[in-house]
Design a protein around this ligand. Structure first.
Ligand code: ZN
Length: 400
């Protein structure tokens, strides 16, 4: 199918007169995309205002952009797969119409699709922001578009996925993220315990405890010794439409006497120098595993920070406070400021309240011994479960 499409595309392109010879045709001059596996920005430059519309296709998940006849001057390298995008194709459909097809590696949402006049130069540009979403959200967007285009294949509203008929749709959903994994072992304890092993053991026990209440749907970013990029962890939380993400860690630092649990939330500005250093260590996970964090990512990271909704941030803070409260009665917290904040990449889902829980310090002998003790871990999990119950209750009471 793909080969057939490509062949057809090649034929269409070959049959066209060269772009230089037909200045009346829209010039699609430059294609750029940047981002990661949870968020992408596409920017396409045109010599004049393009007349565009877009729609979605599935299997695989695609965004199709239609416009008036265009001559494409894209650089082949710029179209190569990256982040969520698995491929970009473009060409002419029939007399007077052209198309760009962007394929993605999973369900997505088009957060922004704007045609803007260039400020500094001639011409116009398309700016599209795409974020990873759930299968349910993608299906809903597809159903919406079928309705708005007046197709006879309209699905009745009640038949749509996630609208009525799904008794689990309103259940509180939690994603537990065991820190590190695979080639990224995380911190190392005084007797050699690896952070990635402790976080996974703890996360599996916490999952079971939460599921046993019968009140929650619980998902894991990983359930085995597996490397995951930080943005993939964020994406998994968004795909499950999580109401809460808890990232579990157990750090090691040079000061051997520092011990106790700490709760972190995301913020551009760190609460203190230690929290800033901690975020820097955790954000290095991708580089440690040899993943190139593209230069482009910096720009996207800034956009990401801007997009963190105030509301989500409010919920994260509320949960963090409740977590500190409940945990204090079960386990030892760090002496000063048990709730801190810094710029953690794994906490940047714009619509999922997220906290990072440092269970204790593997660099401290007593903390390490406790982290290896299933009874101690059960007490810590109790504290978290109590905080989640209170938080979930509060959200359901306000209809959120
Ligand atoms: Zn860690």
């Amino acid at each position: 199918m793909l080969i057939w499409c490509l062949a057809l595309l090649a034929l269409c392109i070959a049959a066209l007169p060269s772009s230089a010879a037909s200045p009346t045709v829209l010039q699609a001059q430059n294609f750029k995309m940047a981002g990661d596996t949870s968020r992408m920005r596409l920017v396409v430059q045109f010599d004049r205002e393009p007349d565009m519309r877009w729609f979605l296709l599935r299997d695989p998940h695609r965004m199709v952009i239609d416009m008036q006849e265009a001559a494409f001057g894209f650089d082949a390298g710029a179209l190569e797969a990256r982040g969520m995008v698995t491929g970009v194709r473009h060409g002419n459909l029939d007399q007077g119409n052209s198309r760009i097809i962007v394929s993605f590696d999973g369900p997505f949402e088009i957060e922004r699709f704007d045609i803007l006049q260039n400020e500094e130069s001639e011409g116009f540009r398309l700016v599209a922001d795409i974020v990873a979403s759930s299968e349910r959200a993608f299906e809903a967007a597809m159903a919406e578009q079928i309705e708005s285009t007046g197709s006879t294949q309209t699905t009745r509203k009640a038949d749509r996925l996630g609208q009525g008929g799904d008794p689990t749709a309103d259940r509180f959903r939690i994603v537990i993220d065991p820190g590190h994994g695979g080639i990224d072992t995380g911190a190392k304890g005084v007797t050699g315990t690896q952070e990635k092993t402790i976080t996974l053991a703890f996360a599996l026990e916490l999952k079971k405890m939460l599921e046993d209440t019968g009140r929650f749907d619980v998902f894991m970013t990983r359930d085995r010794d597996l490397f995951l990029r930080l943005d993939e962890r964020v994406r998994i939380a968004r795909q499950h439409e999580a109401d809460l993400l808890i990232s579990i860690h157990a750090d090691a630092i040079r000061l051997k006497n520092v011990r106790g649990a700490t709760v972190y939330t995301v913020s551009d500005k760190a609460s203190d120098a230690e929290a800033a250093a901690k975020a820097m260590r955790e954000n290095l996970a991708d580089e440690i595993a040899g993943i190139d964090v593209e230069e482009d990512n910096q720009e996207v990271a800034d956009i990401l920070i801007d997009l963190i909704r105030r509301e989500t941030q409010g919920f994260s803070l509320r949960f963090a406070r409740s977590l500190v409260g409940e945990l204090s009665s079960e386990i030892q917290m760090i002496k000063t400021n048990p709730h801190r904040f810094a710029s953690f990449r794994v906490l940047r889902a714009p619509d999922v309240p997220s906290v990072l829980l440092e269970l204790g310090y593997l660099s401290n002998e007593e903390d390490e011994a406790q982290l290896r003790d299933p009874e101690w871990r059960a007490k810590a999990a109790e504290g978290i479960a109590a905080a989640i119950k209170a938080f979930a209750q509060g959200r359901q009471d306000v209809g959120g």
